[in-house]
Write a protein that binds this ligand. Structure first.
Ligand SMILES: [Fe+2]
Ligand SMILES: [Fe+2]
Length: 495
C-alpha cells in the first residue's frame, strides 16, 4: 500500500515464534461482579491480578470466550506476505460499579464503569503448524462513544456493556508465506478464524467481488453471503459503506455494518474475506470536498490530514487503507494493482490526485491487471451527466484511463446495474475503457434515468456485485444478483 507523502505504518509485532503461553482451554475467569457488590469487586481484583497469567483472556467482563464485535481484514502493503487485522471489542478487561446520577431524571444510580481496555494481542499460525504465534499491535478508540444519555430511550445505542465506547485493535502481520492458509484467534478459548494470502504470481485463479453502496442488515448480508460463496480472495467496496456521513448520531449504523460483515462476509471454514474500500459521499460530513472547505472556512489543502480525519472520522479509523489523504494503491505481486480513488469527497478529483493517478498508472505500465475503483460514476445511470463530480471524473481521470489502456474501471453511487460500451475519446471504441457499476450491493435501487445515454451497453435497476476472475491473460466479470444468478458477463484481456 502506498500513497502520496505517506510513510508505511508498521505496527509492532512481537513474539514471533513464541509458543502459546496460555494454551488452549484456558481456565475462565470469575463470574461478572455486576450484581455481587463487594464480593464482585473482590473477584474483580483477583481477576486483575491474574490477568498476566491469563494473557488476553476475558476477565471480569464475563465467562464467555471473547469474540470480537467486528473484524476487518485489509492490506496496507503486499497482500502476498502481509495482512492487517482489525478487531473490535465492546467489553473492557474489567469494570467497577460506581454511583452516578441517572441521565434525564438525575437520580442516584449505580452503574458499571470500565476499568481497562483489552490488549491488542492476537494469535495466529500457518495451517498445519502446531504452535500459535502471538502478535501485538495497537489500540485506538472508536471515533465516538455512544451518546448514552441522549440516546437511552430513543435509538437503541445503549446496547453495550459497560457503556465505555468500543475499541479498535489493529495488528499488521508481515513475513507471511504467499498463497497460504492461516488460522487466527482472539482468545485461546474463542473461535478460530482463517485467512489466506495471495499468490506472488498468477499461478492460480484470483477472484474478487467488486461493488459499492453497501449498507447493513439482511439485504446486505444476503449479498455478502452470495459473494462469499464464490470464495473471493477479497472484496472491493467503492464507497457508501454504512451511510453515517461522519456523524456521531449515526454511530449505531457502524455497529450494524460490522455485525453484518462478521455474520456474512465469511467464506467456508470461517475464512475472513479482506476488504479494500474507497470513500463515498456518505463517508464524509458534507459529502464533498467543496462543502467540507466551505464549512471549515478554509480552502482544500493536501497536507490537512486533521480536517479530513475530522469530517471522515469513521473512514480513517475503521479502515487502515487507503488512509490519508483518502486515496492510494495496493499492488498484488506482479499481476494486479487496485487503485482506490476519491471522487471529490475528501480531495479534489483534478490537481494533485490526477497527477498522482497518472504517475501511479505510469509506474504500473507493465502490470497486466490494473483496476481503479471509485464512487461517483463518470457515466451515470441515474444522475444527470452534468453532475459536478461525474464531469470532473470525465475531465481529469477518463483521459488517463484511456492513455494507460485500462480495459475496465469500477464505478458506484447511482444504485443500479450498468455496463458501458468500451469508450475512447468520447465515442464507442472497441479499444476503449468499459465502466462497470453502478453501486447496488445492499442498498435500495434507484432506477435508471429515462433519457437515452449513448455510452450504456446494458443497465438494470437491480442489486448485484461483479465477480472478477483473473486467470492467465484473461479477466472475466460476472454481474451476480441477490439470488446468485449471473445477470451479465464481460471479458477482457490483460494489457
Ligand atoms: Fe449510495
Ligand atoms: Fe453515494
Amino acid at each position: 500500500m502506498s500513497h502520496p507523502g505517506s510513510k508505511p505504518r508498521a505496527f509492532e509485532q512481537e513474539g514471533r515464534g513464541e509458543r502459546d503461553e496460555a494454551g488452549s482451554g484456558t481456565a475462565r475467569s470469575a463470574p461478572s461482579s455486576s450484581s455481587r457488590g463487594w464480593l464482585g469487586r473482590r473477584l474483580h481484583r483477583a481477576c486483575r491480578r491474574t490477568v498476566g497469567l491469563l494473557l488476553f483472556a476475558a476477565c471480569a467482563a464475563g465467562a464467555e470466550p471473547f469474540d470480537p464485535s467486528g473484524i476487518v481484514l485489509t492490506w496496507q502493503r503486499d497482500p502476498t506476505t502481509t495482512m492487517t487485522i482489525d478487531w473490535h471489542s465492546i467489553d473492557g478487561t474489567g469494570f467497577e460499579l460506581v454511583e452516578k446520577k441517572s441521565p434525564g431524571h438525575q437520580l442516584p444510580v449505580i452503574e458499571p464503569v470500565v476499568t481497562g481496555v483489552r490488549e491488542p494481542v492476537l494469535e495466529y499460525r500457518k495451517a498445519g503448524d502446531p504452535a500459535w504465534v502471538r502478535a501485538r499491535g495497537r489500540n485506538q478508540p472508536f471515533p465516538y462513544v455512544e451518546d448514552r444519555a441522549g440516546a437511552l430511550h430513543r435509538d437503541g445505542y445503549s446496547h453495550s456493556f459497560p457503556p465505555s465506547g468500543r475499541t479498535v485493535h489493529r495488528v499488521e502481520l508481515t513475513a507471511l508465506s504467499p498463497d497460504s492458509n492461516y488460522e487466527l484467534r482472539f482468545d485461546p478459548a474463542g473461535p478460530v478464524y482463517r485467512f489466506r494470502t495471495l499468490p506472488r504470481t498468477l499461478t492460480r485463479e484470483v477472484r474478487f467481488a467488486s461493488g459499492g453502496d453497501i449498507g447493513s442488515g439482511t439485504w446486505t448480508e444476503t449479498m455478502n453471503r452470495v459473494a462469499a460463496s464464490h470464495d473471493p480472495d477479497f472484496v472491493l467496496w467503492g464507497g457508501d459503506l454504512a451511510y453515517c456521513d461522519g456523524a456521531q448520531a449515526r454511530l449505531g449504523r457502524w455497529y450494524e455494518f460490522f455485525d453484518s460483515m462478521k455474520k456474512s462476509l465469511v467464506a467456508a471454514d470461517r475464512r475472513l474475506i479482506p476488504v479494500l474500500v474507497t470513500t463515498g459521499n456518505h463517508e464524509v460530513a458534507g459529502g464533498y470536498v467543496d462543502a467540507v472547505a466551505k464549512a471549515a472556512k478554509k480552502p482544500y489543502a493536501r497536507e490537512d490530514d486533521a480536517l479530513r480525519a475530522q469530517v471522515a472520522p469513521y473512514f480513517f479509523s475503521f479502515f487502515a487503507t487507503p488512509g490519508q489523504p483518502g486515496y492510494g494503491v495496493v499492488d498484488f505481486g506482479d499481476y494486479l494493482s487496485i487503485v482506490l480513488l476519491d471522487s471529490g469527497h475528501l480531495n479534489p478529483i483534478g490537481g494533485l490526485q490526477a497527477e498522482w493517478l497518472d504517475q501511479t498508472l505510469t509506474a504500473r505500465a507493465r502490470v497486466p491487471f490494473v483496476f481503479p475503483s471509485y464512487h461517483v460514476p463518470a457515466f451515470p445511470t441515474f444522475r444527470p451527466q452534468t453532475d459536478k463530480q461525474s464531469a470532473g471524473v470525465r475531465e481529469h481521470w477518463v483521459p488517463l484511463f484511456e492513455k494507460h489502456r485500462l480495459p475496465v474501471v469500477f464505478e458506484n453511487h447511482d444504485h443500479n446495474f450498468k455496463r458501458t460500451h468500451p469508450i475512447k475519446d468520447g465515442m464507442i471504441d472497441p479499444l476503449g475503457v468499459t465502466y462497470l457499476g453502478d453501486g447496488a450491493w445492499g442498498v435500495f435501487v434507484v432506477g435508471v434515468a429515462k433519457d437515452e445515454r449513448w455510452f450504456h451497453a446494458r443497465t438494470m435497476p437491480i442489486n448485484h456485485f461483479y465477480l472478477v476472475k483473473l486467470k492467465g491473460r484473461d479477466a472475466t466479470f460476472e454481474a451476480i444478483n441477490l439470488r446468485n444468478q449471473v445477470i451479465d458477463r464481460h471479458a477482457a484481456k490483460a494489457r
